[in-house]
Design a protein around this ligand. Structure first.
Ligand code: NAD
Ligand code: TYD
Length: 343
């Protein structure tokens, strides 16, 4: 494993992974292959843009010729697929691109990996494929997938394809299923960067329903470290959960966030809930910890560190929030916020 194609590497987790890999593996070459959708952002890769071990190719994973050309040009031996449409709320508004990229695009990457005989294909998946998990239970890798949103269904479909290529064609695959990531460079449509940047500007925080849904917020760098471990020590054909093993209620996350910024609870607005909102995710992380990994941050540390990054890096998010984002924000929250009385 020396020449790695990181698809979706201009997005949030992919770009953090590129930083992580270049810092930890001197002799690897990392090629980012990314369509640059609204979520892809070359600002995320400024710190590595002059590194001779890094290259960028703009392209769609659904385009077989372009993927093959990148793989041949850079003598790629490993594909790590981060490329996806990733926001549950957008998948409810319009699922089309989710199915295209995660289902058809994953199929194209698997076909290229198979036909060119690559050493490894790794799929970045999510805890959302398991669906809502009742209190007292947590998901093991062998549990059946039971996705409930178009986003989660597109990711679960990709996992099934990856597994089929392992069984049918002996393609050397692995899958990692991460919980909610937080940290630098996350597009501010997701809860933690949205709430943080709104709070900095003293704008209301639109909390879905009662805000008592539970997520396993983990620091993106911990996730990247665990993916690296699965790449090097994981068993071919297997999936690995990556999380903290600790769920946090959204309202508790918000309290930590507001306290870090010294902003009042009165910014909280309970708005109409997301349709089909999964109330709780919870991962059993025994399998990844058995490989010798443990999360480097508690959920509270991860939230505080993340909030401080957005506080200190307005250059990164202000231009995003003033562009296409405004239309999205109005469509997603306009009515809901107008209907919600100030608390
Ligand atoms: P993101 O939305 O920030 O980035 C996605 C990237 O993929 C963008 O750079 C985008 O331009 C690119 N992309 C989209 N469609 C493409 C296509 N057809 N061809 C090439 N590139 C394309 O997403 P993220 O939060 O960094 O998530 C990365 C991966 O991790 C996704 O597969 C996601 O499902 C998974 N994941 C995310 C989380 C999370 O909390 N964010 C948790 C678990 C798993
Ligand atoms: P999000 O960051 O969208 O991740 P996911 O839905 O993929 O877990 O949301 C995290 C949690 O925050 C989830 O329970 C939904 C909730 N949420 C809100 O309450 N308000 C919002 O505006 C957003 C974006 C999310």
């Amino acid at each position: 494993m020396k020449n790695i194609l990181v698809t979706g590497g201009a997005g949030f987790i992919g770009s953090n992974f590129v930083h992580y890999m270049l810092a930890h593996h001197e002799d690897y070459r990392i090629v980012v292959y990314d369509k640059l959708t609204y979520a892809g952002n070359l600002d995320n890769l400024i710190a590595v843009q002059n590194d001779p071990r890094y290259a960028f190719v703009q392209g769609d994973i659904c385009n077989r010729e372009d993927v093959e050309s990148a793989v041949r040009t850079y003598d790629i031996d490993t594909i790590i697929n981060f490329a996806a449409e990733t926001h549950v709320d957008r998948s409810i508004m319009d699922p089309d691109a989710f199915i295209q990229t995660s289902v058809y695009g994953t199929y194209i990457l698997l076909e290229v990996a198979r036909s060119l005989g690559l050493e490894r294909y790794h799929q970045i998946s999510t805890d959302e494929v398991y669906g809502h998990i009742p209190m007292g239970q947590s998901s093991k890798e062998t549990d059946k997938v039971d996705p409930r949103s178009p986003y989660a269904a597109s990711k679960a479909s990709a996992d099934l394809l990856v597994n089929a290529y392992f069984i049918t064609y002996d393609l050397p695959v692995t899958i990692s299923r991460g919980s909610n990531n937080i940290g630098p460079y996350q597009y501010p449509e997701k809860a933690v960067p949205l709430f943080t940047t709104n709070a900095i500007d003293n704008l209301p925080l639109p909390v879905y329903g009662d805000g008592r849904q539970m997520r396993e917020y983990q620091h993106v760098m911990d996730h990247c470290e665990a993916i690296d471990l699965v790449l090097h020590r994981g068993t071919i054909g297997e999936a690995y959960n990556i999380g903290t093993g600790i769920e946090v209620e959204n309202l508790s996350m918000i309290e930590i966030l507001l306290d870090t910024l010294d902003r009042p609870r009165s910014l909280i607005r309970h708005v109409a809930d997301r349709p089909g909102h999964d109330r709780r995710y919870s991962l059993d992380i025994a399998k990844i910890t058995a490989l010798g990994w443990e999360p480097g941050h508690s959920p509270e540390e991860a939230i505080i560190e993340t909030v401080k990054w957005y506080r200190d890096n307005e250059w990164w998010w202000r231009k995003i929030k003033s562009g296409e984002f405004r239309k999205y924000y109005e469509a997603q929250y306009g009515e809901r916020l107008r209907a919600a009385a100030p608390q």
